[in-house]
Ligand binder design. Structure first.
Ligand code: HEC
Length: 245
């Protein structure tokens, strides 16, 4: 009976593991939500390059401004191009119905995307667009094959071309993409582009849980308090028991 169960479990696991292997390798994002300068740059990138299609409807502008140390006037001048009031949530400039009509699929709200997909995923996603004339937007993506999202950062990164190798498996020869190389160049160098994406992903990580930085720094104080409290409790216990032993 037990053996049967183990064999069953192994049979279930094998395809899952094969899938995991086939999935694109994710690069480490290396983001840091305590880095306010990076978050401010990320907010600017997000507004300039993502807000045209995506919203962040669980986040309010004034919350972002307060957390990132941006003044009200600066907020309205540099970030709130779509207008509205500082207590509004971050809405996309594009109506949902129109976006769905254009892309065939609505661009998802990005408030919680870093929590659902992970920062490494988004970091790799934004860096692995490549030229593919067979796609409607002329590009494809290593992490999300056949994505409906165009390469909106093509001006900055340029458009990479795939390095293809022929692989013969069970008599059939297939093309496999083994990597990407710089095709047409963009305005940023490779390193600058990675930094641009890192800041953007950092901002998405921050809006996924705006209290995270505070929660972490508070956690340190809580643990310190518990340690000091433990010391006093221990001394008190010694005091109570000293005549009994
Ligand atoms: C021109 C419109 C457009 C712009 C601008 C745009 N996106 Fe998208 N994005 C889309 C669409 C459409 C999808 C849905 C893709 C799909 O499901 O294939 C999408 C999907 C995504 C996803 C989800 C991928 C997944 O695994 O489901 C992420 C993350 C994302 N976009 C991030 C960004 C970021 C960050 C920016 C700004 C740098 C940005 N997008 C700018 C149209 C856009």
């Amino acid at each position: 009976m037990l053996i049967k169960k183990i064999v069953f479990a192994a049979a279930m696991l094998a395809p899952a593991m094969a899938l995991g292997e086939a999935a694109a390798h994710l690069d480490h994002a290396g983001t840091d939500i305590h880095n306010d300068a990076s978050l401010q740059r990320g907010a600017r990138n997000f507004v300039n390059y993502c807000l045209g299609c995506h919203s962040a409807q669980y986040v309010r502008w004034n919350r972002v401004a307060a957390d990132l140390g941006i003044g009200e006037a600066e907020l309205e001048r540099n970030l709130m191009f779509t207008g509205g009031k500082s207590y509004d949530t971050i809405k996309s400039a594009m109506p949902r119905a129109q976006a769905t009509e254009w892309f065939g699929v609505a661009p998802p709200d990005l408030s919680l995307i870093a929590r659902s997909r992970g920062t490494d995923y988004i970091y790799t996603f934004l860096r692995t667009f490549y030229a593919d004339p067979s796609r409607p937007a002329g590009v494809n993506n290593l992490v999300l094959p056949n994505t409906a999202m165009p390469h909106v950062l093509a001006d900055l990164q340029g458009v990479q071309t795939p390095r293809v190798e022929l692989v013969t498996r069970e008599g059939a020869t297939e093309e496999h993409i083994v990597g990407l190389t710089g095709g047409s160049p963009g305005t940023l160098s490779g390193e600058e582009y990675d930094e641009f994406v890192r800041d953007t992903v950092n901002f998405l990580d921050y809006i996924g849980e705006p209290v995270k930085a505070k929660r972490q720094s508070m956690g340190v104080w809580v643990v310190l308090f518990l340690l000091v409290f433990w010391l006093f409790t221990y001394l008190l216990k010694k005091e109570y028991w000293k005549d009994i032993h």
